[in-house]
Design a protein around this ligand. Structure first.
Ligand code: AMP
Ligand code: MG
Length: 403
């Protein structure tokens, strides 16, 4: 079996997995991280009215060119407009957010005036229109402020609220069933018999899915026992949109997961040209999509992040986004042989005016500790050979799923 380029694997999966269409309406307090199911158009202009950006005095700029002192006609407070006519040459005391009284055009900060019994005198040069926020200068009525397929972030909720929108249509959450298999695995918290290891994949996989706002159905840690695995696959098919498992998909391995998957669905077993990673399975189990991650912990994390994540986002109704790639100077040499794309775990920082990066921890796909200390992948192209100190490399900063 030949190696499949990373991008080909992602493209093949994206072509098979549809986007959700089921929607629901949620209140703003439930909307964080949900995917919008419609464009949001503003029904208002923002600001809704001309208002003051400062505490100070509202006036007619022209008056400041002719008069030395401007008497104070009254007060305009936020939430309490000053609605009486303002005599020529007068100003109005105003607070931030208050409606700019009819006919006035400029606000002077209170620090820039001297108050006398007769009125105010300017102590600094001002310009026409200073410190006035104009109606509609931020958002016009009918303007699209958020787009269908956008995942709602913290600030988006404030924006929606500022437009008076209290509920939004979103796609339903996707549900992922997760299990680990392997007779060598023991749940954390229990005594570890000789020759066994703790099941770490299930915890990191579930946590990463939570960061992506995926509902997780934990099907536990399964022994290498066909009936138990068959039962769990059946449960996933009934109850989840996707099933994510780790281990047991290596090529040539006499493994029950692999045999059962072939029996129960259409599964492709790929050798993806990436390191860490390589063995990876994808397919469908009658309406439930299956992702079989490698067992090695770093490979499981990297394939979930780099290969599966875009597919889960599409399934959840999210429109495609590109991951931020940066260019940095390698401050250490890196081993690499041409053939597979290598996603080394690195630490990047700005130094002497440039981005620098170095690999951190042991780069073994079994060693999870190095990933925690890293803040990016150092993405070395498949055809690339060893990297010398001082060479330019592409880095991909870790995003929310790995933090
Ligand atoms: P496999 O893909 O089954 O060949 O497993 C590759 C390596 O990953 C082996 O060393 C397994 O013991 C290890 N491994 C498999 N599943 C897990 C898991 N859930 N947590 C930690 N390590 C695992
Ligand atoms: Mg195994």
């Amino acid at each position: 079996m030949s190696l499949m380029p990373v991008q080909d694997a992602i493209t093949a999966m994206l072509q098979q997995v549809p986007a959700l269409i089921e929607q629901q309406e949620v209140s703003l307090s439930q909307a964080l991280d949900r995917v919008l199911a419609t464009d949001i158009l503003s029904q208002l202009q923002v600001p809704a009215f001309d208002n003051s950006a400062m505490d100070g005095f509202a006036l007619r700029f022209a008056d400041t060119q002719t008069a030395d002192i401007l008497p104070i006609a009254g007060k305009a407070l936020a939430g309490h407009a000053f609605e009486q006519p303002i005599p020529a040459g007068h100003c109005v005391r105003i607070t931030t957010g208050a409606v700019l009284p009819e006919g006035l055009d400029t606000v002077v900060m209170q620090e820039q005036v001297e108050q006398t019994e007769q009125g105010i005198r300017l102590t600094a040069a001002i310009r026409f229109g200073d410190h006035v926020r104009r109606a509609g200068e931020d958002i016009a009525t009918g303007q699209r402020v958020l787009s269908k397929g956008q995942r709602l972030q913290t600030v988006d909720l404030g924006l929606l609220a500022s437009l008076g929108i209290g509920r939004v249509p979103v796609y339903r959450r996707i549900k992922a069933a997760v299990f680990s298999t392997g007779d060598e695995l023991i749940p954390p918290g229990e005594v570890l018999p000789a020759g066994h290891i703790y099941d770490s994949n299930r915890y990191v996989i579930q946590a990463m899915l939570q960061r992506l706002d995926v509902d997780v159905l934990d099907l536990g840690l399964l022994p290498d026992e066909p009936d138990t695995i068959r039962q769990s696959i059946a449960t996933a098919r009934q109850q989840a949109d996707v099933l994510i498992s780790s281990a047991g998909v290596s090529v040539g391995e006499a493994d029950y997961t692999r045999q059962l998957l072939n029996e129960l669905g259409q599964i492709n077993f790929w050798k993806v040209a990436m390191k860490p990673g390589k063995p990876f399975a994808f397919g469908s189990l009658g309406g439930c999509y299956f992702f079989g991650l490698p067992g090695n912990p770093v490979a499981a994390v990297a394939t979930l992040d780099l290969l599966v994540q875009p597919v889960l986002r599409q399934l959840a109704g999210e429109k495609p986004t590109t991951s931020a790639e940066l260019t940095a100077i390698a401050t250490e040499a890196m081993k690499k042989s041409p053939g597979r794309a290598d996603f080394q775990r690195g630490f990047y920082q700005q130094q002497q005016g440039q981005l620098q990066v170095r690999p951190v921890g042991r780069q073994s796909s079994a060693v999870l500790s190095g990933v925690g200390a890293a803040n990016c992948y150092i993405a070395l192209e498949a055809e690339r050979g060893p990297v010398e100190l001082g060479e330019t490399v592409t880095i991909v900063p870790f995003h929310s799923m790995l933090r």
